[in-house]
Ligand binder design. Structure first.
Ligand code: 3NM
Length: 221
């Protein structure tokens, strides 16, 4: 763990994830609007059919990173540790098919490390190996990730919190401002979304509504 857990929890409230294939509009404009609306953390996830590679990928990463820097929103890179180190991103997010968390932790030093987990065993391993937060999903059905696992609802989150696992946790998959509340009530520190913001007519309003939905529950907690 490299980041203070309370600071990490605050960053996870509205965690926007996006790559060029997730947007109808210009990705830079989408990110700017989303930040205006209240996004607290950003992940660059350039994946799927038609995604950018090499220099083009790096160039978009740098543009989006610059937008985040202006607003002091940490910039996380999905999977691509080499790119994260090259452009000095604030952190990386990895899944179970990527390098192990402890290998990545050694490579990135004190940068933020997020790990997707789907079982108690994976969660315990990620925590032991230095994850700053866990990503769990899909909470609801999603059409954004073709190889998403079975929908888990709130069951895994509840299992983790019941086992007194206190690490910051963010849920992902099919989350909108309308279905975000139960997730926070069940112990998540925030919501990760792609399409709810990237495909919205107004990414700014979409981010604002998500922020309000999450904060309303946190204030009452
Ligand atoms: N990971 P949307 S679901 C990137 O279950 C990703 O680990 C998932 O997109 C997981 O907010 C997912 O549009 C897609 O549903 C999330």
């Amino acid at each position: 763990m490299a980041v203070n857990p309370q600071a990490m929890k605050n960053l996870l409230k509205v965690y926007f994830i996006m790559g060029s294939t997730n947007c109808h509009q210009n990705p830079e404009k989408v990110l700017q609007a989303a930040i205006q609306g209240g996004v607290t953390l950003f992940q660059f996830r350039e994946k799927g059919a038609g995604c950018l590679h090499g220099k083009e990928k790096e160039s978009l990463a740098k543009k989006l990173q610059a937008i985040c820097k202006e607003s002091r929103i940490p910039f996380i890179v999905n999977d691509d540790i080499e790119l994260a180190l090259k452009i000095n991103a604030d952190g990386v997010h990895i899944g179970q098919d990527d390098e192990t968390a402890d290998t990545v932790r050694r490579k990135i030093g004190s940068k933020i490390l997020g790990v997707s987990v789907h079982s108690m065993k994976e969660a315990e391993t990620a925590i032991r190996q230095g994850a700053d937060y866990l990503g769990i999903g899909p909470i609801y059905p999603t059409s954004t990730k073709a190889d998403a696992k079975a929908v888990q609802g709130l069951s895994f989150l509840t299992e983790l919190r019941s086992a007194d696992i206190k690490i910051p946790i963010v849920g992902i998959g099919g989350i909108t401002f309308e279905n975000a509340s139960p997730l926070i009530e069940a112990g998540a520190d925030g919501v990760s979304v792609i399409s709810a913001i990237s495909q919205a007519d107004s990414p700014e309003k979409a981010a604002e509504k998500l922020y309000d939905a999450v904060n309303k529950i946190m204030r009452n907690a």
